[in-house]
Design a protein around this ligand. Structure first.
Ligand SMILES: [Fe+2]
Length: 495
């Protein structure tokens, strides 16, 4: 009789497997995959944040608003398998596609009550059918929780290098990814985001040829670069008549709204060209995000991050802006203070040499104990000596000359080597702009390695690379890795 029982059990197992396969198979063809213009990705959003409870957003775009969407999630715990799924009701905000791209509907589900610093699962259901599932590697870390961040700027230009950077950085298993600007080339337009950014950084699989599923599984934070606002050069004026879908940054990102609100709506914004209708369309779909979201701050574990817009239209002598920066840094009690903006204050690049206005913030960074300032813009890796910089005003009292240059005096800490001497006296300025865009290797563009500026400690300009940093309360361990995973720099910073 035993063989009858075994036979019945085998039949039952086969039936269950077939049923499950059928179920799984059903979800594939029946799922309106084409409704995902953009597959779900994680954003910090603007919800309440405390070390005890976290909120994050899952965002996706659909071609239609005719479907019924649901999002289920649960935080990790030792009782994970038995804990119930929580439901987040996605709200959708109509996104007005510009004239040269098809419109889409943006869905945002806010996940409240997440435990700090843990992974969580989420599932997206369309008309009752699961069409997407992913695991977020970590919610925002609380104080005292060690973590790893990856950082690179100047990425999605449509080429292969950014796919390798996405793949390699994903292998490092970061808890958060920081992008200091020039996220999408050439103009940061909606169409370019769809073609060059989301398919690579939210790829279904991880491979050097395709990219990696970073955006669905890791929180990413970004600063706005010049290409993100349609400015190839500092003197350019973004033109909605030529490119009606500019400013994708303000459509796709969902970042904190704690930046400065200017009383003068014409100050510290790009001088946009375009018909009133096109400008209205941008404002309608971006909402408060344009332009306010370009400056903000947030905490992650023991780090405080001040993220700034360093584009040419910003006036970093504006007392209103400076007061906001000062208040933000003064109020932070985080162990480590980081700043991220696109155009570096100190550069090896000849073409960008005059873009020095971020030097105007050095004194505030020094006063309030900023540890590291990250930039991109140069498609290189540059580590400077820890330094202090004192602005030397022009004869007329102005802090900048007519070309925008900021003269001053330096104090370097050349004792710091990041190996034996790991306590820095001064601020460490790092350029990590090798995230995928074309390297500066032509004779007219490449920096002269025999005549580097006095502040440059290390320059790596012949490979694409990204920064990996392990954060502990009293120690930061940095590695700079190439797109092949080769270490090109390593140093430690301690308190
Ligand atoms: Fe740039």
């Amino acid at each position: 009789m035993w063989y009858l029982g075994a036979f019945a059990l085998t039949l039952l197992t086969v039936a269950v497997v077939l049923y499950r396969r059928r179920q799984a198979g059903q979800s594939e063809p029946a799922a309106p995959v084409e409704h995902f213009l953009i597959k779900p990705y994680l954003q910090l959003g603007d919800g309440p944040q405390s070390d005890e409870r976290q909120s994050m957003e899952v965002v996706w775009h659909s071609r239609t608003d005719a479907d019924h969407w649901e999002l289920l999630y649960k935080s990790a715990s030792i009782y994970e398998l038995r804990s119930p799924w929580l439901k987040a009701a996605p709200a959708h905000r109509s996104y007005v596609g510009a004239e040269n791209v098809a419109g889409s509907f943006r869905y945002v589900a806010r996940l409240d009550g997440l435990a700090a610093g843990t992974h969580f699962h989420y599932r997206v259901l369309c008309n009752g059918v699961e069409v997407f599932a992913a695991v977020c590697r970590s919610s925002r870390k609380a104080r005292g929780q060690n973590f790893r961040f990856v950082l690179f700027g100047d990425l999605a230009d449509g080429g292969n290098a950014c796919r390798k950077i996405a793949f390699r950085s994903y292998l490092e298993r970061p808890d958060v990814v920081i992008m200091p600007g020039d996220i999408v080339y050439k103009r940061g337009s909606v169409a370019e985001y769809l073609e060059r950014y989301f398919p690579v950084f939210n790829s279904n699989v991880a491979s050097p040829e395709l990219g990696a599923p970073i955006l669905r599984s890791v929180l990413t934070m970004a600063a706005v670069g010049n290409h993100d606002v349609g400015m190839n050069n500092p003197e350019d004026i973004p033109d909605l008549d030529d490119h009606p879908d500019l400013m994708g940054f303000f459509q796709f990102w969902s970042l904190p709204s704690n930046g400065p609100v200017s009383a003068d709506s014409k100050k510290n914004v790009p001088d946009l060209r375009g018909t009133p209708q096109r400008k209205e369309a941008l404002l309608r779909s971006a909402g408060w995000r344009y332009p306010r979201m370009a400056n903000y701050s947030f905490d992650f574990g023991d780090t405080h991050w001040l993220v700034l817009d360093a584009n040419a239209y910003m006036d970093w002598t504006d007392p209103h802006l400076l007061a906001w920066v000062e208040k933000d840094l003064a109020e932070s009690t985080a162990k480590w203070k980081m700043v991220s903006y696109h155009q570096p204050a100190f550069t090896t690049d000849v073409k960008h040499a005059d873009e020095q206005h971020m030097r105007l913030l050095c004194a505030l960074f020094e006063k309030y104990g900023v540890d590291v300032v990250f930039s991109g813009h140069n498609h290189t890796y540059e580590r400077n000596f820890p330094l202090r910089f004192k602005v030397q005003p022009q004869p007329d009292g102005s802090p900048k000359d007519r070309r925008g240059r900021v003269k001053g005096t330096f104090e370097f800490d050349k004792e710091f080597d990041g190996v034996r001497n790991t306590k820095a006296h001064g601020v460490l300025y790092i350029v990590s702009g090798g995230g995928g865009a074309k390297l500066y290797l032509t004779p007219e563009r490449r920096a002269d390695h025999n005549a580097l500026p006095p502040y440059t400690c290390k320059l790596v300009d012949d490979v694409h690379s990204f920064t990996v940093c392990d954060v502990e309360p009293a120690k930061l361990t940095f590695r700079q890795l190439s797109d092949e995973g080769v270490e090109v720099d390593r140093f430690t910073l301690t308190k």
